[in-house]
Design a protein around this ligand. Structure first.
Ligand code: HEC
Ligand code: HEC
Ligand code: HEC
Ligand code: HEC
Length: 284
């Protein structure tokens, strides 16, 4: 092999690695939340909340006062949902003006995704994205939750689902006013290897898990990593699925990819490479 050919091969190999991480999707980033054509308006009514959206003549006062919310959430007010097998009890806010992170971070999602208490808008109760072959039975995953009348099989979520620093399972991070700082030796190594993309809610000066901690409802299939953000990954647009806020591509052609596990390790430190003496980084 002469030197020029060798250089070309090296260049192509490098380009192959980059292509596996950095993507430019050709589909609209709002994806499933184009809401079958209704668009932004399905969630945000420019005028008069759910009433202005034509969906609820008596949505109650306060409808639309937060994020111009256009779905009727009144049937969810004050409902108790118990997640994580029974250990996490969440009483949903009794109004859109409650000023707790479960208003914009949970009530909003449940106004369509609750299959028990709320009107389910235009939901088809079937995953929108095509699932990769690594899943069991492709495309039959439901999108309504709580349909059995309880939330026991849901990941802990709500004001009692607190993220801790320094415990036996937590990162060597610090917390102030409900904001996590991943500045310890191992947590900063994790941020450099993957990142801290999740956005916990802040309640009583404690970081808590709400739906929007893990999900960003405006962008379904890409995550933009900017230079200087809380991630050491090269800047660019990374593949994700399910509106997740971090690189999460179960369709990665590399069977050694650990990016989906890295997603969970943002909070589950004891299950990370950094906390278990491994030098493995994020593999795409
Ligand atoms: C599936 C529901 C949904 C759709 C569709 C949706 N949004 Fe949102 N949006 C939300 C939720 C939930 C929040 C509150 C998030 C929070 O504060 O944590 C929000 C917040 C916002 C905010 C204020 C906070 C911010 O991120 O700037 C703006 C502005 C916004 N949306 C604009 C839009 C526009 C424009 C569109 C269409 C391109 C759109 N949204 C479509 C759910 C939606
Ligand atoms: C206006 C109704 C509406 C609201 C509000 C809403 N969604 Fe959705 N969502 C949908 C629809 C419609 C789909 C497509 C699947 C279906 O029809 O069941 C969907 C699909 C999804 C999916 C699966 C996407 C895929 O890969 O197929 C996720 C994840 C999701 N939503 C999360 C959220 C979260 C988190 C929130 C709150 C921030 C939220 N949604 C609020 C209507 C809504
Ligand atoms: C701790 C992070 C986390 C939280 C909190 C969270 N989700 Fe998810 N969600 C995920 C992950 C990860 C997936 C993708 C699962 C997979 O790979 O199939 C997902 C998938 C989904 C889906 C697609 C259907 C499915 O079951 O896979 C919907 C709909 C959804 N989430 C809605 C919600 C709603 C509504 C809330 C709040 C009540 C919420 N999520 C809270 C991490 C989270
Ligand atoms: C934003 C932070 C965060 C992320 C991301 C996260 N978790 Fe959790 N998880 C928690 C918290 C907080 C708890 C409850 C306290 C604890 O166990 O540490 C929890 C609890 C759990 C539990 C125990 C539930 C029970 O019934 O006791 C499991 C299992 C779990 N998470 C799995 C996952 C998986 C799988 C992922 C990735 C898809 C994930 N988590 C991502 C914060 C998170």
């Amino acid at each position: 092999m002469n030197r020029r050919v060798l250089l070309a091969v090296v260049f192509l190999a490098a380009a192959g690695v980059a292509a596996a991480q950095i993507v430019s999707p050709s589909t609209d980033v709002l994806g499933a939340h184009l809401n079958y054509g209704r668009g932004c308006g399905a969630c945000h009514a420019p005028h008069s909340g759910a009433t202005g959206n034509g969906s609820a003549p008596s949505a109650g006062s306060g409808s639309g006062n937060v994020a111009l919310w256009g779905e009727d959430v009144s049937s969810l007010y004050g409902k108790t949902i118990v997640t994580g097998g029974g250990a996490y009890v969440e009483v949903l806010p009794t109004s859109m003006s409650a000023a707790t992170p479960d208003v914009a971070g949970m009530l909003t999602c449940l106004s369509c995704h609750d299959g028990n208490y709320a009107q389910t808008a235009m939901m088809k109760n079937k995953i929108y994205e095509a699932l990769p072959s690594t899943y069991g039975t492709a495309n039959s995953v439901p999108t309504l939750i709580g349909v059995n009348g309880n939330y026991l099989s849901e990941h802990p979520v709500g004001l009692s689902a607190a993220i801790t620093c320094g415990s036996s399972s937590g990162w060597d991070c610090t917390q102030s006013n409900g904001v996590i700082h991943m500045t310890g030796a191992r947590s900063s190594q994790f941020v450099s290897n993957y990142g801290f993309f999740v956005q916990p809610g802040s309640y009583n000066n404690t970081a808590v898990v709400v739906c929007t901690t893990c999900h960003e409802p405006h962008v379904m299939n890409v995550v933009t990593v900017a230079r200087g953000s809380s991630s050491g990954l090269p800047a660019g647009t990374y593949a994700t699925m399910f509106f997740l806020r971090a690189p999460y591509n179960p369709n990665d052609p590399n069977p050694q990819s650990n990016q989906t596990a890295q997603f969970c390790r943002q909070c589950h430190a004891d299950k990370s490479n950094e906390m278990n003496g491994s030098t493995a980084r994020t593999v795409f």
